[in-house]
Design a protein around this ligand. Structure first.
Ligand code: FE2
Length: 362
C-alpha cells in the first residue's frame, strides 16, 4: 500500500512555485511559526510576499518553541478563530508544522485541551501548507503531530489521515542558515525515520527505494555539509533524505527507536534527533536478528558493512553528558513499553531491553 494525499513541490523557489495552489486554499491564513527560523531562513518573507501578491490576508502566530505544549496549541486555535482564518501555513522545523496540524484539527472539530489527541473526533480539518526549514522530521509528508504534555512531562502525539498537509513547499535553500548542531541532530532524526521504515513490521518494499537512497544521501553528504554549512548540493541531498524519511514513516510509523528517545527529550531536554542518535547503534544491533535480510540488502546497496556504518556514526561524535538516574530509567520503562509505536516492532520488546539501552548511556 502506498498513500500520500499531500501535493509536494520540491526544489529552489518552491514557495513561489506553489502560489497557484496557495490561492485555492482560503481567504485568510494563520501563519504558525517559531520565533526565529521562519525569519532567518527567509521563508516567512517569501510567504508573506506571495500572500500579499495574491491579496490573501494573514495573521502571524509565532509562539511555537522546540517542543510545543498543548496550551500553546489551544492559544493558536483561539487566534485562528478570533481572526476568522480559514487555512494555515506552518513554517519551521517540525514543531510549528506539527502545532499547525493540531490547531487545524482542534479548530475544525471544536476540541478542547483534553481532546487534542482524540482522533475519533476528527471529522474535518482546515487546509494546511507545510514549509520546512530543517531537514529532519519529514512532517511535511506525514499524518503525525508530536506535541508535549507539560503537565505529564510526556511527549506524545497523534496520527490521522486528516493531518496530512494539503500542500508542502520544500526548498532546501531554507536550511542554509542552520547551525552545525541543528544540522547534525535533524539529519540523524531523518536517518532514524529511514531505518525505522526497515525495523517496523509495517515495512513495505514499495518504500525501500526511498529508504535506501535516503540513507545513502545522508551518509555521503552529511559529513560534507557539517564541514561546509553552505554546501547547497549537500543541503539539497539532506532535504530530500528528510522528505523520504517522512514518506517512509507515514507508511510504517516509528518504532522503539523513537519511543526510547522521547523521554530523553521531555525529561532531560536532549534534542530529538540526538536522542535517537545516541542509541542508534544499540538499536540496530537489537533489531538486526529480526530484519537481517532487509538490513543486509541495505548494506549491499550502500556498498558498506554494518560495522562500517557503526564506525561512520562514531565519526559524527554524537554524545550527551547527561547521566540518566535509575529512578528515570525505572519510571520510563513502562511508559516506553506502553507507547503506541510498540505495536510496530517485529519482536516483543522486554523491560530488560529498554533498561539495558538506557543503561548503555549512563
Ligand atoms: Fe523523529
Amino acid at each position: 500500500m502506498y498513500y500520500l494525499p499531500t501535493r509536494i513541490i520540491y526544489g529552489q523557489n518552491a514557495v513561489k512555485k506553489g502560489f497557484v495552489y496557495i490561492n485555492q486554499l482560503g481567504q485568510k491564513a494563520l501563519i504558525v511559526t517559531g520565533k526565529n527560523s521562519a525569519k532567518k531562513s527567509g521563508a516567512l518573507d517569501d510567504v508573506t510576499s506571495i500572500l500579499d501578491s495574491l491579496k490573501i490576508d494573514y495573521e502571524i502566530f509565532d509562539r511555537i518553541d522546540e517542543n510545543p505544549v498543548l496550551e500553546i496549541v489551544i492559544e493558536g486555535v483561539q487566534v485562528f478563530i478570533e481572526n476568522q482564518c480559514d487555512f494555515l501555513i506552518g513554517i519551521g522545523g517540525g514543531s510549528p508544522i506539527d502545532a499547525a496540524k493540531a490547531i487545524s484539527l482542534a479548530a475544525a472539530n471544536n476540541l478542547d485541551i483534553n481532546h487534542i489527541y482524540d482522533t475519533a473526533s476528527f471529522k474535518n480539518r482546515f487546509p494546511l501548507v507545510a514549509i520546512p526549514t530543517t531537514a529532519g522530521t519529514g512532517t511535511e509528508a506525514t499524518q503525525y503531530s508530536v506535541l508535549t504534555d507539560a503537565a505529564k512531562q510526556k511527549k506524545a502525539g497523534f496520527g490521522h489521515d486528516l493531518a496530512f498537509p494539503t500542500l508542502s513547499l520544500v526548498d532546501p535553500g531554507y536550511t542554509l542558515s542552520l547551525s552545525r548542531e541543528v544540522t547534525l541532530n535533524t539529519s540523524i532524526d531523518a536517518l532514524s525515520h529511514l531505518l525505522e521504515g526497515i525495523y517496523s513490521n509495517k515495512r513495505t518494499p514499495l518504500i525501500y527505494p526511498l529508504i535506501f537512497k535516503g540513507i545513502d544521501l545522508i551518509i555521503k553528504h552529511l559529513p560534507k555539509v557539517l564541514n561546509k554549512l553552505t554546501d547547497i548540493e549537500g543541503r539539497d541531498a539532506l532535504m530530500r533524505a528528510s522528505l523520504y524519511g517522512g514518506i517512509t514513516i507515514s507508511h510504517t510509523s516509528t518504532t522503539l527507536q523513537h519511543s526510547i528517545g522521547y523521554p530523553l527529550t521531555s525529561v532531560y531536554n536532549i534534542p530529538h534527533g540526538l536522542a535517537n542518535g545516541i542509541v542508534m547503534k544499540q538499536m540496530m544491533s537489537l533489531y538486526y536478528p529480526f530484519v537481517k535480510a532487509e538490513l543486509d540488502e541495505l548494506f549491499t546497496y550502500l556498498g558498506i558493512s554494518r560495522q562500517n556504518f557503526y564506525d561512520w556514526l562514531d565519526t559524527l561524535g554524537m554524545k550527551t553528558d547527561t547521566k540518566l538516574s535509575t529512578d528515570f530509567i525505572e519510571t520510563k520503562i513502562p511508559e516506553v513499553l506502553a507507547s503506541r509505536n510498540m505495536a510496530n516492532n517485529p519482536f516483543e520488546i522486554k523491560a530488560e531491553d529498554v533498561r539495558s539501552l538506557y543503561r548503555s548511556l549512563s
